[in-house]
Design a protein around this ligand. Structure first.
Ligand SMILES: C[C@@]1(CC(=O)O)c2cc3[nH]c(cc4nc(cc5[nH]c(cc(n2)[C@H]1CCC(=O)O)[C@@](C)(CC(=O)O)[C@@H]5CCC(=O)O)C(CC(=O)O)=C4CCC(=O)O)c(CCC(=O)O)c3CC(=O)O
Ligand SMILES: NC(=O)C1=CN([C@@H]2O[C@H](COP(=O)(O)OP(=O)(O)OC[C@H]3O[C@@H](n4cnc5c(N)ncnc54)[C@H](O)[C@@H]3O)[C@@H](O)[C@H]2O)C=CC1
Length: 227
């Protein structure tokens, strides 16, 4: 089968927006889903909507987001670093997108991606590992299905791997061995069955394997540098 190559026209990056404001216009299922990831990003949430889903209402009651209980009005986007237009009203979403563009604020438009300036991918997270799947808006359900497929191969053990390697990386950097880390070190550990150990819950054995690999790396590093 052949796929015609259509070039991507977007940039994929990770934005650090902790402490910045996100304004969500609309309080339905789609806004609730977006609110989840925006909260995880540490953003301050403002929701403008006459009605909220139970989950959003809970967050509002707990003071976890501020709720403007009314229809959207011009001016609601002030101070926002990111805007989500997710009402069930096409015309309102269009107006929100227009105002955001005018103010130069990044905006996601739930029902008309091309009116916005960013999209949300389907996410798979394992500890600090993240896999984001997008289709440039051509088929969001496919993005979610691919994510679910990948989830079967990439389990929680990858989160554990990252925890262990973060510690290791610090040690290697301290020893001036960042290059060894970057090249074959991790690959070798994986070839020796590290992931299978973690998957099997053998964390202590995994740590021992890493320690052993580390000390032999330290030895050969020391002999190479003649110290
Ligand atoms: C452009 C984008 C804008 C954006 O929201 O950023 C967008 C747009 C639209 N989605 C629509 C429908 C559905 N979206 C989902 C699910 C998800 N949609 C997500 C992202 C995106 N959706 C962005 C593009 C991402 C990409 O590049 O692929 C995911 C990945 C992430 C997330 O939303 O957080 C999340 C997976 C959640 C998860 O499981 O993690 C489902 C399935 C479901 O709900 O179970 C359905 C119903 C089935 C169907 O229709 O396919 C419609 C038609 C609406 C209508 O008919 O009224 C539009 C509008 C249009 O396409 O014009
Ligand atoms: N991006 C995506 O993943 C998906 C997008 N959609 C689209 O997203 C939109 C929202 O979908 P749902 O959350 O399921 O709808 P919903 O009907 O559950 O929620 C709509 C929300 O918009 C609010 N609202 C209506 N008029 C408003 C106004 N003038 N100002 C502020 N808030 C207003 C309502 O109070 C409600 O909270 C729809 O247009 C739908 O086509 C639908 C499915 C997935």
């Amino acid at each position: 089968m052949q796929v015609r190559n259509q070039p991507f026209h977007h940039l994929t990056i990770s934005l650090d927006l902790a402490g910045r404001r996100a304004v969500l216009v609309g309080g339905g299922a789609v806004a609730a889903r977006k609110a989840g990831v925006l909260r995880e990003a540490g953003m301050e949430l403002v929701v403008v909507a006459p009605e909220l889903t139970p989950r959003l209402a809970e967050l509002a009651a707990a003071g976890e987001l501020s709720w403007r209980q009314r229809p959207w009005a011009p001016g609601d986007l002030a101070g926002a670093a990111l805007v989500v237009a997710a009402t069930s009203d096409r015309e309102v979403n269009r107006q929100v997108a227009d105002e955001a563009r005018l103010l130069g604020i990044a905006v996601n438009v739930a029902d008309r991606p091309e009116e916005g300036t960013c999209r949300f991918p389907a996410l798979l997270r394992r500890g600090r590992l993240e896999i984001a799947v997008g289709t440039e808006g051509s088929a969001p359900a496919v993005a979610a299905a691919v994510r679910d497929h990948v989830a079967e191969a990439i389990g929680e053990e990858y989160g554990e791997l990252l925890e262990l390697l973060a510690e290791l990386r610090e040690k290697l950097l301290t020893l001036g061995m960042a290059k060894a880390y970057n090249t074959d070190f991790v690959k070798n550990l994986m070839a020796q069955g590290l992931m299978e150990m973690l998957r099997g819950g053998e964390r202590a054995e995994a740590e021992r394997m890493i320690e052993a690999a580390l000390s032999s790396a330290v030895d050969s590093h020391a002999s190479r540098s003649g110290s």
